[in-house]
Design a protein around this ligand. Structure first.
Ligand SMILES: [Zn+2]
Length: 132
């Protein structure tokens, strides 16, 4: 899993998580990647630099490292739980102000969102963070 710094045609900058750089190239070529702020699909990678975090290969990563990285990401987003697909659509169709959200969606729901052109990044959110 790698984190890429991305920018859209309107100069919004955001991070995208991908299995590999090749996976990003494949998804962006088919417009599966879009800006979380304005849904622009002309996404380009920012040059690699000190701000690009490269996580170790999934097979070698310790779960705690992945959880720590995801928890950091999740801290900056609103947990909407099972409302995630609904909230993601509202944001995409600009019914509510744009914001970062996270939550729970089934594989089928995620596939449907991606097919609608809605940017979702399936992440292994630590379960301890979700159970209260
Ligand atoms: Zn944008």
């Amino acid at each position: 899993m790698i984190v890429l710094n991305l920018t859209c045609g309107n100069s919004h900058q955001f991070e995208g998580w991908f299995a590999s750089a090749d996976e990003f190239a494949r998804q962006s070529a088919t417009s599966l990647v879009s800006c979380p702020y304005c849904s622009d699909a002309s996404i380009t990678r920012l040059p690699s630099g000190p701000h690009v975090k490269r996580t170790v290969a999934t097979a070698e990563a310790r779960p705690e490292q992945i959880f720590a990285a995801v928890a950091e990401l999740a801290k900056n987003s609103e947990n909407v739980g099972a409302q995630f697909p609904e909230e993601a659509r509202k944001i995409h169709y600009e019914e509510v102000p744009p914001r970062s959200i996270r939550g729970i969606a089934t594989a089928t729901e995620v596939k449907a969102l991606i097919e609608e052109g809605i940017a979702v990044l399936p992440l292994p959110i630590p379960s301890k963070d979700e159970v209260h």
